[in-house]
Design a protein around this ligand. Structure first.
Ligand code: CA
Length: 225
């Protein structure tokens, strides 16, 4: 899922972007409505998060222009305008949901999930993944093996999630870099191998049957063999 974040307060933008990326979304961030409109025109986003007070115009005008160009991606308005009149105006003029600042990041994430779920009811995202005795709770971002909670970093969780979404399928380092690190090139680092090594130490302890297998020279596969 790819999101467009339009927020000119850079500290809020970085904070929100980071939380969304850690929750597994791809995020394009921008601080003004002109570049937002250019990005929105590409039609690659599943939802927009838009601040109303932007340096080069009003977020509501941006939403109106996107709608006029046929872009129907759901919009979460994120704004300091908090009166009932302003919130109703936002919802009537193209916003699908409205969150006032200051906000709790957990609430923003919950609202984004709701927007995406409502926008595509046919392709409901799974909330859990299971391979053998390995279970991933995608909502709570928690992994368990044989009932034991695994202490994973957000990157390790994303990597494990990607492997679990492709059970029994070999994934290459390039695929992992693209899907987990959102890098479209090989930075010639061993970042993937290092993370697999750490992940394996947590998932495949010596008392467990190994799930993460190395396909020498190709990549990795997660399977309950
Ligand atoms: Ca603003």
């Amino acid at each position: 899922m790819r999101l467009l974040l339009v927020e000119d307060d850079i500290s809020i933008q970085r904070f929100v972007e980071r939380a969304l990326v850690e929750a597994g979304y791809r995020v394009d961030s921008t601080a003004d409505s002109r570049s937002a409109e250019t990005l929105a025109l590409e039609g690659n986003h599943d939802a927009f998060i838009i601040d109303l007070g932007l340096p080069d115009g009003d977020g509501l005008d941006l939403i109106a222009r996107c709608r006029a160009q046929g872009n129907g991606a759901p919009v979460l308005i994120l704004s300091a305008r908090r009166s009932v009149r302003e919130r109703v105006k936002g919802l009537e003029e193209g916003g699908d949901d409205y969150l006032t600042k200051p906000f709790a990041i957990a609430e923003l994430l919950a609202r984004v999930r709701n927007l995406l779920r409502r926008a595509s009811p046919g392709q409901k995202e799974p909330s859990r993944l299971e391979v053998g005795d390995l279970q991933l709770d995608l909502i709570g971002r928690e992994a368990r093996r044989g009932g034991r909670v695994l202490q994973l970093t957000p990157q390790e969780f994303s990597l494990l999630e990607y492997l679990c979404r492709n059970p029994g399928r070999v994934v290459t380092r390039t695929m992992i870099l693209d899907h987990v690190w959102h890098m479209r090139f090989d930075p010639a680092t061993n970042v993937v191998d290092v993370h697999i090594y750490r992940l394996r130490a947590k998932v495949d302890r010596s008392d467990c049957r190994p799930l993460i297998h190395t396909m020498r020279g190709v990549g990795y596969v997660l399977k309950d063999a």
